[in-house]
Ligand binder design. Structure first.
Ligand code: MG
Ligand code: MG
Ligand code: MG
Length: 308
C-alpha cells in the first residue's frame, strides 16, 4: 500500500482549516497526486457542519497524532503548538497559510506558500487558476465558505482584493447567493447554547508563545454579545481553570458580534496588563468593549503580542 500524505489545518478547526484541507486534497488529486487525505485535528464546529450538510459531505477523519517521518501538508497554520501531536518529527512537504510564521522549523526543504490574504482558500483558488485546473461546484462551495468564514462576509479588515475577486468568481461556480448563504452559514456558527463553558472557551482557541510567556486568544462569533455575557461567571471559571492547568500568563476570550463588527473581550491572568496597555483602556469587571475589532489575527494578536 502506498503511504498516505495527510493534509490538515490547525487544532480547534474552523471552516478554513477543514474546508482548505478538503480543497487541497481535491486540487492535489486533480494534479495527479492520489495518495493524499484530508484530516482534522478536532471537532467540527456548527458553522463548518452547515457547509458539510449543504454539500452532503462527510467530515475528514480525526487525526490524534502522527508518527515519526509521516508525510504531511499543513494548511491554515504553521505554528507547531497549533498543530498535531508529533509534528516536530513529521516530514512536512508543504505549508499553505495566511498567518504569521512563528515557532516553525523543518530539517528538510519544503514548499511554503504564505500570502497575507484573508483566507487559505483564496491562496488555493489562485493555485487552481495558475495551474489551469477546473474548479467544480464542490470545491467552489468549500472555498467560498472558507472565505466567508475567515473574512466575515468580506467585512473583516483581513479582507484583500484577492479574497473579493475569488469569492465573486466562486459564487458563480457554486451557484449560491453569497450574502444569503453566507449569513445562514455564519449564523449556524453562533448557536452556542448547547456548549458548556469549558467547551466555549476552547471552541476556537489559539495558543501562542512570546519570550517564555504563554497566552491564549479564543474567539466565538455571536449575533448578541449580551446573550453570551449572561454566562460571564461560568466562562470566567472555565477560563481560570485553563490558566491553571496550562500554566498560562493570559487568556483573552473575544466575543465577536458578526452583524455589527465589534467585540467584547474577557481577559484573565497575570498579564492582563498587555491587553490594557495595548488597547489603552482599563478592563472593567474583567472585560473591555472593542469597537470595530473582529479579527484575532490582525487586531488582537499583534497588539497583545507587542505588549506581553
Ligand atoms: Mg483558521
Ligand atoms: Mg484561515
Ligand atoms: Mg477564525
Amino acid at each position: 500500500m502506498e503511504n498516505k500524505i495527510y493534509i490538515f489545518g490547525h487544532k480547534n478547526p474552523d471552516t478554513d482549516s477543514i474546508g482548505s484541507s478538503m480543497v487541497k486534497e481535491i486540487l492535489d488529486r486533480k494534479k495527479g497526486t492520489n495518495n493524499v487525505e484530508a484530516k482534522r485535528l478536532g471537532n467540527i464546529n456548527k458553522e463548518t457542519q452547515y457547509v458539510l450538510d449543504y454539500l452532503n459531505l462527510q467530515a475528514p477523519e480525526l487525526l490524534e497524532k502522527v508518527e515519526e517521518g509521516q508525510e504531511v501538508c499543513l494548511v491554515d497554520h504553521n505554528e507547531f503548538n497549533q498543530s498535531v501531536e508529533g509534528i516536530e518529527k513529521a516530514k512536512i512537504l508543504s505549508v499553505t497559510d495566511h498567518h504569521r510564521i512563528a515557532n516553525f522549523e523543518t530539517s528538510e526543504p519544503l514548499y511554503y506558500t504564505a500570502k497575507p490574504y484573508g483566507c487559505t482558500s483564496t491562496i488555493l483558488f489562485e493555485e487552481f487558476k495558475n495551474n489551469g485546473i477546473e474548479i467544480e461546484k464542490t470545491e467552489a462551495v468549500l472555498m467560498a465558505s472558507c472565505i466567508i468564514s475567515d473574512t466575515l462576509l468580506l467585512k473583516s479588515p483581513t479582507t484583500t482584493e484577492h479574497d473579493k475577486k475569488a469569492l465573486a468568481e466562486l459564487e458563480k461556480i457554486a451557484g449560491i447567493d453569497v450574502n444569503k448563504y453566507g449569513l445562514e452559514m455564519l449564523k449556524a456558527g453562533t448557536d452556542l447554547d448547547d456548549f458548556s463553558a469549558e467547551e466555549l472557551v476552547n471552541l476556537d482557541a489559539k495558543s501562542l508563545d512570546k519570550n517564555g510567556s504563554k497566552f491564549v486568544i479564543a474567539q466565538v462569533n455571536t449575533v448578541s454579545i449580551e446573550d453570551v455575557l449572561k454566562r460571564q461567571e461560568e466562562l470566567e471559571t472555565a477560563i481560570n481553570k485553563e490558566i491553571e492547568t496550562k500554566n498560562l500568563d493570559l487568556f483573552v476570550f473575544a466575543i465577536t458580534d458578526i452583524l455589527n463588527s465589534n467585540s467584547e473581550v474577557i481577559a484573565l491572568g497575570k498579564r492582563v496588563d498587555a491587553v490594557e496597555k495595548g488597547f489603552d483602556k482599563k478592563l472593567e469587571d474583567n472585560k473591555m468593549f472593542l469597537e470595530g475589532v473582529v479579527s484575532r489575527k490582525k487586531q488582537l494578536l499583534p497588539v497583545i503580542d507587542k505588549n506581553i
